[in-house]
Design a protein around this ligand. Structure first.
Ligand code: G3P
Ligand code: MG
Length: 240
């Protein structure tokens, strides 16, 4: 459990698409990371930005488009002609693929301005329950502490990871509050002292998004458990 394919294998296929998740399965990655938010008609979908502008051929806010609008967009063409016809996947489609392929999913709960966090959590939980995927195959993560706190009550059986850019000085207190399983931080800002403290307190420690193994040579020796990367293929010795 050392490598997570960030937004799927997003260096080889368009991010957050079933094609990128299938690449992760081909490469024998144990985990993928995905970004989840709600459509206008309150369906959880997998897309990173608040708008569709960068990762599709459309324009507009995800929160102002229905699932039908979103599904009519091409989410692959921007990456390359070979991916023409890829669509924004629903969270449900993603879980069904993961369940079938025994792929573990780090579900990043994306919260943008004015988003209804409680509704996002409830809808995500509904899809998880409907999919009948094993809870052990899942992990929630978020920069938004409210989302993690809500999930602690709505779906306590799924583990929670706190996302930070840089680990704050009061990290242990904050982690205890949400009964966290893991800490996910930007590899650039992690130092050995912070890593040691997190590991001594029995949390899993993950780093995003080192795309070259050289960038994190030291980090493994500090006790980092997993790298969340766009380029799992560069870490071939650490795949399953
Ligand atoms: O989970 C790590 C990473 O995905 C957090 O940042 O912006 O890529 O979603 P971002
Ligand atoms: Mg993410």
């Amino acid at each position: 459990m050392q490598i997570t394919a960030h937004r799927g294998v997003s260096s080889l296929a368009p991010e957050n698409t079933l094609a990128a998740f299938s690449k992760a399965i081909e490469l024998d990655c144990e985990w993928i990371e995905i970004d989840v938010q709600l459509t206008l008609d309150k369906v959880p979908v997998v897309i990173h930005d608040s708008t569709v502008n960068r990762s599709t051929n459309g324009e507009g806010l995800v929160s102002e488009m229905t699932l039908q609008n979103l599904k009519s967009l091409d989410a692959g063409l921007w990456f390359g002609d070979a991916y023409k016809g890829e669509s924004i996947p629903t969270f449900e489609e993603t879980l069904l693929l993961a369940k079938k392929s025994n792929l573990k999913v780090n579900i990043e709960l994306k919260v943008y301005l004015d988003d209804d966090i409680l509704l996002l959590c409830k809808k995500v939980n509904q899809v998880i329950r409907g999919s009948k995927i094993a809870d052990s195959q899942l992990l929630f993560s978020s920069f938004n502490r409210e989302a993690l706190k809500m999930m602690q009550y709505i779906c306590p059986q799924v583990r929670r990871g706190q996302l930070w850019r840089e680990i704050p000085t009061d990290a242990l207190l904050l982690l205890e509050e949400i009964k966290a399983y893991s800490v996910h931080c930007n590899y650039r800002f992690l130092n050995e002292q912070q890593a040691t403290q997190i590991k001594q307190n029995n949390y899993q420690l993950y780093c995003y998004t080192p795309n070259q193994p050289d960038q994190v040579k030291q980090h493994w020796s500090w006790g980092v458990d997993m790298m969340i990367t766009d380029t799992p293929q560069a870490y071939a010795d650490r795949l399953q």
